[in-house]
Design a protein around this ligand. Structure first.
Ligand code: ATP
Length: 363
């Protein structure tokens, strides 16, 4: 028995236009290798380009196409030269999180063998932890709602019981899954409970979630201290869960630990939908040059297949996910493939060819 997938594909802007097609080709190849039919591709418009062309950064047809798809693959959106009349940038990828209620931003921080991280300690090249970022509230609840006059501007942080509980439960369940795979079974709440009422409330709700998952050890860290520990000894972490803005900042820091934004995949997961997207933005400074590292996009594609395997209880996708991840690891393993962001010469074409070759070698 086989299963035909339907994918919503949003290439977006900048380097998103360059890294999406190669990623979709690799996903189709991995599916073919495990005997699955080609996924149906529904390419949809969104982003700064869509805003310029259609006057809408996230058209209704795009949202509709996303709702109907089994999973959503999104590359990168935004262009600093295209802004709303109030001066803010176009960020439909954030709007989509609210629209589809994608509350858990999953940022795996796994070292790809062969890629040296910036830390001198060799344990810094063997990282494997996950940052879970609450993605529907926190400081981002204020997007488009802040106030500003000549003397003062405000953006308000909103932390709800429902929003906190569901993302903490998600993090504890993820830690249970990882524990079954051999990880230590800990979740760290990253907050600022010593200063803000909203964060003390967050921690209370985290504790309620911890009590309901007694096989997992709860830990605590203030966000400033955690930022330091992420540089000093990041290998101590298993799963971390945090508020939206802290997660936004720490996930870029964490990306730096595994070779840069071009190596950092992510997923935004809700109860009914999920978007898979690299951590980086549209990188307008290198768009069109072919210098982008597409690996984060490929790893996001592998995460999508992995999620579909669980969601649809369909092991063939797990097999396809493992093949794609292994192809990426194999391509970088001997250390000769060095992306431009790490000072090498490899851009979209070279890295795609290397990963494809490694994938084909598994057939
Ligand atoms: P956003 O706010 O949308 O996340 P950003 O303003 O943080 O975007 P990015 O677009 O992610 O910025 O780019 C930050 C820097 O990282 C830029 O110098 C960019 O060229 C570089 N960069 C981002 N992604 C990649 C990639 N895949 N390969 C190589 N360099 C990248």
């Amino acid at each position: 028995m086989t299963n035909k997938l339907s994918l919503a594909i949003l290439p977006g802007d900048g380097i998103g236009m360059e890294i999406t097609q190669p990623c979709v080709e690799l996903i189709q190849l991995a599916l073919a290798q495990v005997g699955e039919p080609a996924a149906e591709e529904n390419w949809l418009e969104a982003g700064a380009g869509a805003y310029t062309k259609l006057g809408n950064a996230l058209p209704a047809e795009t949202i509709d196409g996303c709702r109907k798809a089994d999973a959503i693959l999104l590359a990168a959106m935004g262009d600093p030269s295209v802004r709303y009349p109030d001066g803010t940038e176009i960020i439909p990828q954030v709007d989509l999180r609210f629209e589809l209620d994608l509350y858990a931003g999953v940022r795996p921080v796994r070292s790809v063998p062969g890629i040296k991280g910036p830390l001198a300690d060799p344990r810094g090249d063997q990282l494997d932890f996950v940052l879970v970022r609450e993605s529907t509230e926190g400081l981002f609840a204020s997007v488009g709602k802040g106030t500003r006059n000549d003397d003062q501007a405000t953006d308000t942080q909103v932390i709800t019981r429902k929003g906190t509980k569901r993302v903490c439960d998600f993090a504890f369940k993820l830690a249970q899954k990882r524990k079954a795979e051999g990880h230590i079974g800990e979740v760290t709440s990253v907050d600022k409970a010593n200063v803000f009422k909203s964060m003390a409330f967050w921690r209370d709700v985290f504790d309620e979630s911890a009590a309901a998952h007694s096989d997992i050890t709860p830990r605590y860290g203030y966000v400033d201290a955690v930022a330091m520990e992420l540089v000093r000894r990041p290998w101590i972490y298993d799963v971390m869960v945090t508020e939206n803005m802290y997660g936004d900042i720490l996930s870029d820091l964490a990306a730096g630990l595994i070779g840069g934004l071009g190596m950092a995949p992510s997923a935004d997961i809700g109860d009914d939908h999920a978007v898979f997207q690299p951590c980086h933005g549209s990188a307008p400074d290198i768009a069109g040059t072919g210098k982008a590292n597409p690996t984060a996009m490929f790893l996001s594609g592998a995460m999508m297949l992995d999620w579909l395997a669980v969601e649809k209880n369909y092991p063939a996708y797990d097999d396809a996910a493992r093949r794609l991840t292994r192809a990426i690891d194999d391509a970088f393993y001997d250390g000769s493939l060095v992306s431009t962001e790490r000072g090498g010469n490899a851009g979209v074409a070279t890295i795609t060819a290397a990963v494809k070759k490694a994938l084909v070698a598994q057939a």
